[in-house]
Design a protein around this ligand. Structure first.
Ligand SMILES: Cc1ncc(COP(=O)(O)O)c(C=O)c1O
Length: 397
């Protein structure tokens, strides 16, 4: 069978693959601790579930308008005005099947064969492959742990060419947990003002910040970029709704209209009764989100404390999201069972196979020598898994 070049050129998601392998081991009765998935362990809030059940009961189970029902788009617009100080009309908003879908449609709408998209490394694994699926070329801007994984304006400037059609910003970041400061965003904005590319700001971890800072994105420091900035967000992480698949994009009308055409010809609307649940989440206040954030914060502090006590593991302060991105470069030359560990990929393999802990190696995030641990799991699991990682570190010679 002929498989397209596009499909052949991309990789399966490594985070989903590791999570699937860990789940398969658990299904065989093996006691694996999984730190792989970027998925809160909390249940979806009751009032949100109730709204979906009521919608199904009321027969709200048919197609809707592709970008979502007007009531949902109004709720998204109200959220942006209330929480982010950004005003959008209904026609500037499209609701999608998760934030991933919004990003996918955005790249399909923006990128032609050979166009370049700037992606900041370490990056969320899907950005480069989504760019490639649209025929584009991801251009990677490296950041350093010493700089808190925040890109310098000069590095962005150096990556911009006349083929650059978009740049992707993600703060708080997956996988690093970095929260970009106002100054950092202002510096990047100044560089981008001198170019015509579209800016995509992926704000999915907006509500998960532990530094006490208020969330801001590039439009809060450079509102003049509004006409070419697409804001992507969703409820997966903040309201623990990963399986519901609800996200959205807000931005310039021509881009939203292009994304809508693509969505018209692919998925159509996101699930009708999920839209009602999303309205309940967006209009019901954020007390439940804050309760989850406080729990994540306790876990974050615990993970940082445990890593700080492990020789050879360096974990920079985690500002947001729910990932620890630990530098394990010092462990790679060490020996395990008589052989050098060698790489983060091998390290993750040993951890899973011999110590029954699933972490994601740094390489697929564009950061070899690191490992990502999701702390969106219970304290008991964290204690057990970190004890096992510690045993691994002690077993190295
Ligand atoms: C940075 C980032 N953006 C987007 C997404 C996708 O979110 P959703 O589940 O809403 O598709 C994720 C999920 O892991 C993510 O980490």
């Amino acid at each position: 069978m002929k498989i397209s070049r596009r499909a052949a050129a991309i990789q399966p998601s490594p985070t989903l693959a590791i999570t699937a392998k860990a789940k398969a081991m658990v299904a065989q009765g093996i006691d694996v601790v999984s730190f792989g998935a970027g998925e809160p362990d909390f249940d979806t809030p009751e009032h949100v579930k109730d709204a979906a059940v009521a919608a199904i009961g009321a027969g709200f189970t048919k197609y809707t308008a592709t970008p979502g029902i007007p009531e949902l788009r109004r709720a998204i617009a109200a959220k942006h005005e209330r929480e982010n100080g950004l005003k959008y009309e209904e026609s500037e908003i499209i609701a999608t099947v998760g934030a991933k879908h919004a990003l996918y449609n955005a790249f399909q709408a923006l990128v032609d064969e050979g166009d370049e998209v700037i992606v900041v490394a370490p990056y969320w694994v899907s950005y480069p492959d989504m760019v490639k699926l649209a025929g584009g070329q991801p251009v990677i801007v490296e950041t350093r742990v010493e700089d808190g994984f925040v890109p310098s304006p000069d590095a962005i400037r150096a990556a911009l060419t006349d083929r650059t059609v978009a740049v992707v910003l993600n703060s708080p970041s997956n996988p690093t947990g970095a929260v970009w400061s106002r100054e950092a965003l202002a510096g990047i904005a100044r560089v981008l003002e001198g170019h015509s590319c579209t800016i995509i700001t992926d704000d999915i971890y907006e509500h998960l910040i532990y530094t006490g800072e208020k969330f801001i994105n590039i439009l809060n420091v450079a509102p003049q970029l509004r006409d070419r900035t697409l804001v992507v967000n969703g409820l997966s992480k903040s309201f623990s709704m990963t399986g519901w698949r609800i996200g959205w994009a807000a931005g310039p009308k021509p881009l939203i209209a292009a994304m809508q055409k693509i969505q018209d010809q692919s998925t159509s609307n996101l699930t009708s009764f999920v839209q009602k649940a999303a309205i309940a989440a967006l209009t019901g206040g954020n007390a439940c989100v804050e309760r989850m954030r406080v729990k994540f914060d306790e876990r974050r502090q615990y993970v940082q404390k445990r890593f700080a006590a492990m020789p050879g593991v360096e974990c920079a302060p985690i500002g947001g999201a729910f990932y620890a991105f630990a530098d394990v470069r010092a462990l790679c030359p060490k020996h395990y069972k008589g052989q050098a560990v060698g790489s983060d990929t091998r390290l993750a393999e040993i951890l899973l196979e011999d110590f029954l802990v699933a972490v994601v190696p740094g390489a697929p995030f564009g950061a070899p020598g690191f490992m990502r641990l999701s702390f969106a799991t219970s304290m008991e699991q964290l204690e057990k898994g970190l004890d096992r990682i510690e045993s691994f570190v002690q077993a190295l010679s």
